[in-house]
Design a binder for this molecule. Sequence first.
Ligand SMILES: Nc1ncnc2c1ncn2[C@@H]1O[C@H](COP(=O)(O)OP(=O)(O)OP(=O)(O)O)[C@@H](O)[C@H]1O
Ligand SMILES: [Mg+2]
Length: 323
Amino acid sequence: MSVENRPWVEKYRPRSLNDVVNQNAIIKRLKQFIIDESMPHLIFAGPAGTGKTTSALAMVRDLYGKKMSLNNTYLELNASDARGIDVIRTYIKDFAKAIPPIDVPFKILILDEADNMTAPAQQALRRTMEKYTKNCRMILICNYSNKIIPPIQSRCVVFRFSPLNKDDIKNRIKLIASKEELNLAANGLNALVDVSRGDCRRAINYLQSCGTISKKIDQEIVFRVAGEVPPDKIKIILQNALEGQLQLSIKLLNELIKDYGISGRNIIRDIHREIYDLNISENLKIELSKLLAEFEYRLSQGGTEEIQLQSLLAKIVLLQNSE
Ligand SMILES: Nc1ncnc2c1ncn2[C@@H]1O[C@H](COP(=O)(O)OP(=O)(O)OP(=O)(O)O)[C@@H](O)[C@H]1O
Ligand SMILES: [Mg+2]
């Protein structure tokens, strides 16, 4: 695949720790390890698309520079490679055992997606980790650190990656959009940040999908590509119901379902996301939240979507009247 055809998440994957955004405290400590040329075994844990794999690879690159191309400086294994107990006992053990090339302080073994290694395979790693620490340090990457067995956790320093904050995703997306010569409207940028929910990979992927549709990217395109309803539309339906306009809110809801083809449960989830931003009393928010819980349950029990959603709106209208 030519460089240009690569997905943008790969094309714009930070190559050095300097370019990784948001995880400042973690990056600072990783950089110190590189300066000291020494580090403990590490676990990177955290949600998807927050820079775990990126940071591990960037660290190897920053530490070794040109020496990265030497055989046997680092090894990256992920869920697509066999990592059963036999591989741990043979291949991985041999890698850890071999003395690092000259000028290389220690080798690095990256075990990506380590949370789906079986417990016996993890057990088999325990002794190798200890015995060959001098030659080889390990970075285990996982979404949930509780999937890593306690004896391995106790041999590692755990770094917890957090979802990226809005500003950092914004800056990253702006940078990519300008390099790709896209015309990204301000509301398009905000929409991308909204639908990404702290996952930088998702934001970049949606940006690329939008880019294939049009060079000018606005809120409408983003929500369409992401299969989500713009929050404004949900808000208007809710406000109308709260003002007692039952017919109008039902009409708007039906149009929304027709245009976006979303399920009743997703509508309830979207309404739920909006209620805390509404300018209404706390009591009303509590009542709304109870209602949504009730109707989510009804739908899960097989209630007809149209009837349940209309009944939900009717109850919201009644809520306001009883205030
Ligand atoms: N902190 C970050 N700074 C800059 N870019 C980032 C950051 N986090 C993620 N990205 C972008 O998102 C892409 C995916 O990130 P990465 O592969 O590091 O995710 P991950 O944390 O390993 O997620 P997963 O748990 O799904 O494997 C990267 O290629 C990069 O473009
Ligand atoms: Mg990863």
